[in-house]
Structures are given as structure tokens and as C-alpha cells.
Design a protein around this ligand. Structure first.
Ligand code: PMP
Length: 292
């Protein structure tokens, strides 16, 4: 990823891709003092840009540091990256972290750095997989309680268990893993939120120890717009066995159908297809929505 052409915005200026480097004594590398965003560019425009910039600042606040740029300045930086790299459809990664000025658990004197990179990136899962539905297994790791980790923050450190879960799932021949929370309830996949369709209604876990995704809220609005009831409630693993449809949502994953959860097979159903199409149209400005 580091050896390619392009421009990356870092600490207020656009730099050649290969020069956007940090020191090995960066606090974030040792102690996880880092937050990030993931957003998509469609037709040259970042979808829900201000929501993502706002969440980046909030994620940092939850980790006890303030990003030295306003939401409007972050939005502008993202737009500058789209323009500088002449991107039309891409994935964008803003990131903020504590620098190398102080080494140790305490890091009040570190500088807060911010960077934004973006690159051409297609579907998170292949088109064929999106038609068949992805295969999920259960993760060995659970989402921590909100008083164990700052679970509302999109903090890099929270992804350690996601990477381990995804690696284990892929090694076992699956595409991703479903994580339970600290209580044993359903929570989310390693980088996307979970929805279960049953009897024409949509059920989704309460996001009290995992990210309340921007795509999640968008898709809930799209469903309601279609007159489909959306129920947010505590959910348990046994509910997977009686689901009619299951899908995941995320800025990267968009709306992704699930075709299997650990040996339990599912069809890619009409509600998943409808919402996947609505979302695809919404992000390209082809669907006017209350959510937009
Ligand atoms: N949960 C996790 C762990 C994620 O990484 C993501 C992707 N950011 C999501 C949920 C979905 O969030 P969003 O829809 O805001 O991209």
C-alpha cells in the first residue's frame, strides 16, 4: 500500500504518497492511541462526509484527545484528496493519532496528527459473493463491555480482536466472523453491522457496545421508507437458526447478503435485495431519501 503514486493529506498539506511516513516511536503504534474513519467516494463525492468527519472527532474525544481540525476543515481535507487523486469511485481512510514526542503510557505532550488517504477500491466482497451471500462463522472473541473499552469510538485498538476473528474465519474457509458481545448476545461482524429479517420485519442488535454504523442508520431509514418495520433490540445467537434473511451493513461492505452462518444456510431474500438496491441508488444520488 505504501509504494504507489498519489497524494495523501497529512497535517494540513498534500504530500506524495511515498513520503507520508511516521516514526517508529509513534505513540499510537505502541499504545493504540489512534482513531480512524472509512468512507466511500461515489461519482467523486464522499457519501455522508460530514457524518464521518464528526465521528472521527468524537472517536478521538472518547480516547481523550482533540483533533486540531474542525469538522469543516476535515471535510475540506477529504475533498482535496478526492481532487488531488482525481478519484471518482474510491475508499477513503482518514486517521488521527498521537505522535512520537513522548514515549510511555502517559502521552499528554504528543502532537495529534491527522492524515487522509484514498484509493480506487471495488466491492468489499466480490460481485459473485454478493449474489450468493457471504459465509460467516462465529468469532472466538467477544465485543467488550462499554466500561471495558471505549466501544463507541472507532478506535484502532478495538480492531485487534476483529483482525484476529477475521483471520481465524478466513483460515477456516469463511469470509467473515460474527461476534457475540460480553453478555453472549449477537453484536456485529468484524467490520460491519448485523441485520436479521424474520416474518417481513427487520431486527438488529442495540449498539451499546459496538459501532452504531452510519450505513446502519441509513439502511434503517431506507427500510422504514419502504414501510418495513425495523426493531432494535437485544438479540441472541439462537435467533440465527430461524432467520429468513441476514445481511451486513458498512461503508465498505455496503449492504452485503449473508448466505451461511456456520453451516446454517440462507437465501439472499427480497428485503436484502431491495435495501441493497436502494442503498446503491442512494449513494449515487439516484434515490431521494429522508435519510439523505
Ligand atoms: N462495525 C465495525 C466494527 C466497523 O468497522 C464498521 C465500519 N466502519 C461498522 C460497524 C459499520 O460502520 P459504518 O456503517 O459507519 O461504516
Amino acid at each position: 500500500m505504501d509504494d504507489r503514486d498519489g497524494m495523501i493529506w497529512i497535517d494540513g498539506e498534500l504530500k506524495p504518497w511515498r513520503d507520508a511516513k511516521i516514526h517508529v516511536l509513534t505513540h499510537a503504534l505502541h499504545y493504540g492511541s489512534c482513531v480512524f474513519e472509512g468512507q466511500r467516494v461515489y461519482n467523486g463525492k464522499v457519501f455522508k462526509l460530514t457524518d464521518h468527519s464528526t465521528r472521527l472527532r468524537k472517536s478521538a474525544e472518547l480516547l481523550g484527545f482533540e483533533i486540531p481540525y474542525s469538522v469543516a476543515e476535515l471535510d475540506k481535507a477529504c475533498e482535496a484528496v478526492v481532487a488531488a487523486n482525481k478519484l471518482t469511485d474510491a475508499y477513503m481512510r482518514p486517521v488521527a493519532w498521537r505522535g512520537s514526542e513522548q514515549m510511555g503510557v502517559a502521552a499528554q505532550q504528543t502532537k495529534i496528527h491527522v492524515a487522509v488517504a484514498a484509493w480506487d477500491w471495488g466491492s468489499y466482497f466480490s460481485e459473485e459473493l454478493r449474489e450468493r451471500g457471504i459465509r460467516l462463522t462465529w468469532a472466538r472473541w467477544r465485543r467488550p463491555a462499554p466500561d471495558t473499552a471505549p466501544s463507541a469510538s472507532k478506535a484502532a485498538g478495538l480492531y485487534m480482536i476483529c483482525t484476529m476473528s477475521k483471520h481465524e474465519a478466513e483460515a477456516a474457509g469463511f469470509h467473515d466472523a460474527l461476534m457475540l458481545d460480553y453478555r453472549g448476545r449477537l453484536s456485529e461482524a468484524t467490520g460491519a453491522n448485523l441485520f436479521v429479517v424474520k416474518g417481513g420485519k427487520i431486527h438488529t442488535p442495540v449498539p451499546d457496545c459496538f459501532l452504531d454504523g452510519i450505513t446502519r442508520r441509513t439502511v434503517m431509514d431506507l427500510a422504514r421508507q419502504r414501510g418495513i418495520e425495523v426493531i432494535e433490540r437485544p438479540m441472541w445467537p439462537y435467533e440465527i437458526a430461524t432467520a429468513d434473511e441476514i445481511f451486513l451493513t458498512g461503508s465498505a461492505a455496503e449492504v452485503t447478503a449473508v448466505g451461511e452462518v456456520d453451516g446454517h444456510n440462507l437465501q439472499v431474500g427480497p428485503i436484502t435485495r431491495a435495501l441493497r438496491d436502494d442503498y446503491a441508488r442512494l449513494v449515487r444520488g439516484e434515490l431521494k431519501a429522508a435519510a439523505a
